[in-house]
Design a binder for this molecule. Sequence first.
Ligand code: NAD
Ligand code: GLY
Length: 373
Amino acid sequence: MHRDLSPSGGEQVVIDLGDRSYRIDIAAGLLDRAEAFSGLPVATAAMIVTNETVAPLYLDRLRRSLEPHYPSVLHVVLPDGEAFKTWETLNLIFDALLGAACDRKTVLFALGGGVVGDMTGFAAAAFMRGVPFVQVPTTLLAQVDSSVGGKTAINHPLGKNMIGAFYQPQRVLCDLATLDTLAERELSAGLAEVIKYGPIADMAFLHWIEHNMAALRAKDPQAMAHAVKRSCQIKAEVVGQDERESGLRAILNFGHTFGHAIEAGMGYGAWLHGEAVGCGMVMATRLSARMGLVSEAFVERIQAVVTAAGLPVRAPVLDEVDNVGRYLSLMRLDKKSEAGEIRFVLVDGTGKALMQGAPDMLVGEVITESCGG
Ligand code: NAD
Ligand code: GLY
């Protein structure tokens, strides 16, 4: 569900979860509009959680917009990077909250990309057994995916996003203007999650992405607005039906089973999450072809759009001696695995995804082919 927000051309998408419903506001310039932060839970303190890259760009602007709403606006600046999505960094948020004697009404604001958003959400879920939080995503990936839907987590050395909670934000504010400062590589990583929505839910959207890739990579405002809005609509539809991933929501993990193995196997941060997902989508489509669900032409189509987004499509070798074995053992740790059986999100070429296991032999062939022979 969506509707126009304002004459400035902003949009709104609603996540319908009963009494935990909330809206996603999408517009350029939201960060500087104090009124955009009206109607959030009343508290004496707001705690902005951000990182050392985003703080110099946007912290003061968010603080100014929050000051009319909260008597005290505090902040904590975390180290930047996937490698810091850890217990130790999470603890810095608790240190700041407790150090400032924050109470259980304190509202946390996640200002940054998916790493900041996932950690802030987890901190909000755990601090005093739950305080409200708001997502202010500043990367494309966070605006189209991670800030929406309430998955929060930190990484464990043995697996990606293994420690976390489902915990919904009060609101998501996507200021499209923040994408102006985003590096090209990060933009491409976000495009992976945009592309994802096509093969799993909306082939017309995939077609639109293919035809608007140059505009997206040039950060054309209209193209970006449409990509964020349509992605959030699809995610809202899926999360509204299956908040806690008892079934349907798993389709949002298209490309992630292979992708998480790449991220963990290479060491967190070596490949960006979106890069691993992009390559993982090509691998999952290749597996779909081996399982007789799509044609080789469809594999080439997905490979072409991922390449056009500026993402790698050749998978990394994770182990010189037993590469397939290394991929398989990492993928067995995936949260979708059941009794040691890896479950893949496969696609059928008509905009539908399905979850199923696959013979190790076929998966091994896909890994070997994807790693370049
Ligand atoms: P990120 O948070 O590491 O941000 C990427 C980089 O961009 C960082 O260096 C960050 O400091 C910088 N940055 C952020 N905003 C910027 C801006 N406006 N201008 C300039 N630089 C900016 O990475 P990400 O791609 O946003 O998110 C990836 C994370 O999201 C992963 O940890 C992944 O597991 C998680 N994720 C979670 C979900 C979910 O449902 N919760 C979904 C997808 C991904
Ligand atoms: N990014 C996958 C999910 O939100 O379920």
